[in-house]
Design a protein around this ligand. Structure first.
Ligand code: TRH
Length: 356
């Protein structure tokens, strides 16, 4: 069934809004054969993720997805059969009114969360207060009863790393715990090579080095070798994750990719008001660490909390380093476990096919 779909993406900040929406749009086009329009208000965020995207164009077709500039006022277009608002972005009023003429399947793609309440809210219907429209909440997730996680058929995390030194990738927000971690690695006995993502991570490492550290630069402090990476296209970032012994990831999309890469990872969660992010972190750790032995569970939880709360990562690092062989062995069974709810794109397509 050749279904038409309008996916709306408002870029809040960083890359995850665009990163998630691009993956989903591309997957629905290529694997489900949908006629995809991705309406995005800041396509510049896509340029690094997918080279070839031209932020100057109002419309362009790449990988089977028609990327459309979400302008205001919004152009008069016929709404698609499926309308997805990503991360509760607000649809253009004129488009919403046009939807009421021929109600589509309307979804709100929610943020990823491991908390138990998610399964109870997934697929929940929400009638529009004044228009003959019903929106359904569609929650990604790690467990049965959720929409599952994004995973493309052509996802490729590369060959296993074969380099000599212990390899780490670093992708994080501004983190007051980072200097102490770099000091610990630099003064430790073990040679460590750290591949630093462009943007916030590279600028923090540059401050710690107290010297310029531009993309492509390599330098060393004691046992720590540092490489400044350029911003990589998403497929290359996936292969970076698969080629490291430990990946520091953040937000939502890189966090998921690290789990598919089946390598040990540390998550820097996107901070929220009222410390809501701490509950989300604990909910995830409870799921992820449940089948680990007590030492490994304690090590990954203690380090994750220190990394996300400005705690003492130097004190927590030795136990995490000792636990890495078990965390590496946990990668494959964990990936099988989070694949059980099925693939988000397929679950979403099935939900829509039942309602069109
Ligand atoms: O960039 P992020 O912090 O995005 C965040 C989160 O999505 C968060 O949920 C959201 O609320 C906030 O934005 C507004 O982290 P995330 O989710 O990992 O997205 C980064 C994307 O960038 C992901 O698709 C991986 C990709 N990436 C590359 O393609 N190349 C790179 O070199 C790097 C470092 C990342």
């Amino acid at each position: 069934m050749n279904i038409s779909c309008d996916l709306f993406c408002a870029v809040v900040d960083n890359f995850g809004d665009a990163g998630v929406c691009w993956r989903l749009a591309r997957q629905l086009a290529r694997e489900q054969g949908w006629a995809m329009r991705l309406w995005i208000d800041d396509s510049a965020a896509l340029c690094g993720l997918r080279p070839g995207v031209d932020a100057a164009l109002d419309r362009q077709v790449i990988d089977g997805v028609e990327i459309c500039r979400w302008t205001s006022p919004f152009p008069a277009v016929e709404p698609a059969q499926v309308v997805i608002e990503a991360f509760a972005c607000e649809l253009p009023a004129s488009y919403l009114a046009a939807m009421a003429q021929r109600p589509p399947v309307w979804l709100n793609l929610e943020y990823l969360c491991a908390e138990r309440w998610v399964a109870g809210c997934h697929r929940m219907a929400s009638p529009h207060p004044t228009l003959p429209l019903v929106k359904h909440f569609f929650f990604p997730g790690f467990t049965a009863g959720t929409g599952g996680l994004i995973r493309e058929q052509d996802a490729d995390f590369g060959a296993r790393r074969s380099g000599p030194a212990f390899a780490v990738s670093l992708f994080c927000y501004d983190n007051p715990a980072l200097p102490a971690l770099l000091d610990t690695w630099a003064t430790g006995a073990e040679p460590i090579t750290c591949r630093v993502a462009d943007g916030l991570p590279r600028r923090q490492v540059e401050a710690w080095l107290n010297e310029p550290f531009a993309p492509g630069d390599e330098t060393r402090r004691g046992a720590l070798a540092l490489t400044a990476l350029p911003f990589l296209p998403q497929p290359e970032y996936d292969r970076l994750l698969g080629g490291c012994d430990l990946n520091f990831v953040r937000g939502e999309d890189s966090f998921v990719r690290a789990q598919w890469a089946q390598r040990p990872f540390v998550w820097h969660i996107y901070r929220q008001d009222g410390n809501a992010h701490a509950e989300k972190l604990e909910a995830f750790l409870a799921l992820y660490a449940a089948s680990l032995d007590s030492d490994a569970r304690q090590a990954v939880c203690a380090f994750s909390r220190a990394w996300n709360g400005g705690g003492n990562v130097a004190a927590a690092w030795p136990a995490l380093r000792r636990a890495l062989p078990q965390l590496a062995a946990h990668g494959a069974p964990w990936a099988r476990q989070i694949a059980l709810p099925g693939n988000l794109a397929e679950n979403l397509a099935q939900f829509c096919r039942e309602r069109i």
